[in-house]
Design a protein around this ligand. Sequence first.
Ligand code: IMP
Ligand code: MG
Length: 178
Amino acid sequence: MKTLISQEQLREGIDQLAKELRTHYDGRPLTIIGVLIGSVVFLADLIRRIDLPLRMELVQARSYRGNSTRPGPLVLNLDLLSSDVRGRDVLLVDDIFDTGNTLWELLPLIDELGPASVRTAVLLRKEGRCEVSLKPHHVVFDIPNVFVVGYGLDYQDMYRNLPYVAELEPSDLAESGH
Ligand code: IMP
Ligand code: MG
């Protein structure tokens, strides 16, 4: 496993995003909707840097991968959304924009709830993978097309607790017997 984005780089990148959000929302209340599970570490660090009246909500997206690094069918679950997002400014936050299908499928479902606005922010975006006509409004880091883990991102539900983002190497795939 090889470190791709260090703790220090994560801190600086997220500070920069918090600044962009402060400028964009300019004191208006913000509702952040995080996409479980991968975004939790990013979310926890991000919300503590945002100096705005803030609500937090969660939705769940799963693409069953089994022991592959390729995505399977996508399952979305909005049951965790508790408060009414109608009329609110919403920021949808995910860990990584890979093919883009997760945000592409989630956005219309959020739109149906009648928010005042919806923007999207992701920690990572993989180069050359996008399959949809959608660009996240905020991207903290662009990365090459490699499989990454850590800082919330998993391989077979492991490695989410690494405090940095690492590239999974072929030898890690072979070794991991989870
Ligand atoms: P998309 O729908 O293809 O954009 O994929 C987004 C989801 O796939 C992310 O929220 C992650 O859960 C997962 N994913 C995509 N690439 C990686 C990766 O390199 N490591 C870990 N999870 C990934
Ligand atoms: Mg995810």
